[in-house]
Design a protein around this ligand. Structure first.
Ligand SMILES: [Zn+2]
Length: 154
């Protein structure tokens, strides 16, 4: 048993040695890549003086609804909202959730930062009308019940 273990040891050391060199290689290529990126960046600096094209409504992180998850949604990293095409889950219609609508949803309506639009405008309106209607029916039912109770107690 002992002899087998002894025979294995040099191999294990080699393997560790290989792993180390692999990591070093990775670090070297990464450093090279960073160096390249820095070189490319410098000629762009003159262009930065020109006004930046409007990419989308800016994200105001302070206005977002608080969330306990690690990290942040993509628009926070990006710094602005971009139009998001999506397919309505109700009718299958293709629609675009605009950056302006997203800004309103996340910063004014305080929608959870990981929610996105799933229904088209028409289906959203329909759904709202339905919930308004069911609320109205519910309230009317309560009123009728209250009236009946009042009449019953007389
Ligand atoms: Zn729809």
């Amino acid at each position: 048993m002992a002899s087998i273990r002894l025979a294995r040891q040099p191999n294990d050391e080699n393997r560790i040695g290989l792993m180390k060199s692999g990591k070093q290689k990775y670090a070297e290529t990464k450093a090279k890549r960073n160096h390249k990126a820095a070189k490319v960046e410098s000629p762009n600096k003159q262009q930065e003086r020109q006004p930046r094209p409007v990419l989308g409504p800016p994200v105001n992180e302070a206005l977002l609804a608080p969330n306990n998850s690690y990290g942040a949604p993509d628009f926070v990293y990006r710094g602005y909202y971009v139009n998001r095409p999506f397919r309505c889950v109700e009718c299958g219609k293709e629609e675009v959730w605009t950056g302006t609508q997203q800004k309103w949803w996340y910063e004014v309506a305080k929608g959870f930062v990981y929610t996105t639009a799933v229904r088209c405008r028409l289906c959203r309106r329909k759904k709202r009308q339905q919930s308004d209607e069911s609320r109205r029916v519910h309230v009317e039912g309560l009123e009728r019940k209250a009236r009946r109770n009042r009449q019953g107690s007389k």
